[in-house]
Design a binder for this molecule. Structure first.
Ligand SMILES: Cc1cc2nc3c(=O)[nH]c(=O)nc-3n(C[C@H](O)[C@H](O)[C@H](O)COP(=O)(O)O)c2cc1C
Length: 179
C-alpha cells in the first residue's frame, strides 16, 4: 500500500507538521509514503477550457501532471491545508480544479481520501474547509475516510506545542495503514 500526502500551505507551518506526523504514523505501520509540497511546484490555475472533459487530459503543461500521476498511483491520499476564509488554501484549490480531467477519467475512483486541516480560529471554520475537501473526494468517486482538524493554531509553529493534536495525526496514520 502507498500513501500520498499533499501539503497545500505556502509556508512550512502547522498543516505540514500535521501531515508529516500522519505519514510517520503510517510509515511505522509499514506503509510506503510520499509527500508533495505544492509551494515548491509550478502549478497554474485551471484555465477553464472544456478540452479536458472530452480528451481526458489537461492541455496545460506544468508540474501538475507529475502530481496527478502520483495521485493516480497512490492507494490513499491525504490533503493537508490551512483554513483560509473557511476554505482550503489557493494552492490546494488549484490542484482540486486541475483534477477535472481525473474526474473525467474516473481515475481516482475507489481510493481512500483523508484530510488534515489547521486553522487559527474556531473549529466551525475548519469544518467548512473539510466540507469542500469531502466534496472533492465525492466528485472524484473517492471514499472520504477520516480527518484531523487542528483549530486555534494561529502562529506558524503553534502545533509543535500541541502534543495531543500531533498524537491524533500519528494515530490517523496508523489507522490509514490498517484500512
Ligand atoms: C489569508 C488567510 C486566511 C485565513 N482564514 C482563516 C479562517 O477562515 N479560519 C481559521 O480558522 N483560520 C484562518 N487563517 C489562519 C490559518 O488557517 C492558520 O494560521 C493556520 O494554522 C495556518 O496553517 P499553516 O501554518 O499550515 O500555513 C487564515 C490565515 C490566512 C493567511
Amino acid at each position: 500500500m502507498n500513501l500520498l500526502g499533499i501539503g497545500g500551505s505556502p509556508r512550512k507551518g502547522n498543516s505540514q507538521t500535521m501531515l508529516e506526523e500522519t505519514l510517520r504514523g503510517a510509515e511505522q505501520a509499514g506503509v510506503e509514503t510520499e509527500i508533495v509540497l505544492l509551494r515548491e511546484l509550478n502549478i497554474a490555475h485551471c484555465d477553464g477550457n472544456d478540452y479536458c472533459l472530452e480528451a481526458k487530459e489537461c492541455r496545460q503543461k506544468d508540474d501538475f501532471q507529475a502530481v496527478a500521476e502520483k495521485m493516480e498511483q497512490a492507494d490513499s491520499i491525504v490533503l493537508a491545508t490551512p483554513t483560509y476564509f473557511d476554505n482550503m488554501s489557493g494552492l490546494m484549490k488549484d490542484i482540486v480544479d486541475r483534477s477535472n480531467y481525473l474526474y473525467a477519467k474516473k481515475s481516482l475512483k475507489g481510493k481512500k481520501g483523508y484530510a488534515v486541516i489547521s486553522g487559527g480560529g474556531k473549529r466551525e471554520s475548519l469544518e467548512k474547509c473539510l466540507e469542500t475537501i469531502k466534496s472533492f473526494y465525492k466528485h472524484e468517486l473517492m471514499e472520504f475516510s477520516g480527518a484531523v482538524l487542528g483549530e486555534k493554531l494561529e502562529k506558524q509553529n503553534a502545533v509543535s506545542k500541541n502534543d495531543c493534536l500531533l498524537k491524533k495525526c500519528f494515530e490517523l496514520g496508523k489507522k490509514i495503514a490498517e484500512e
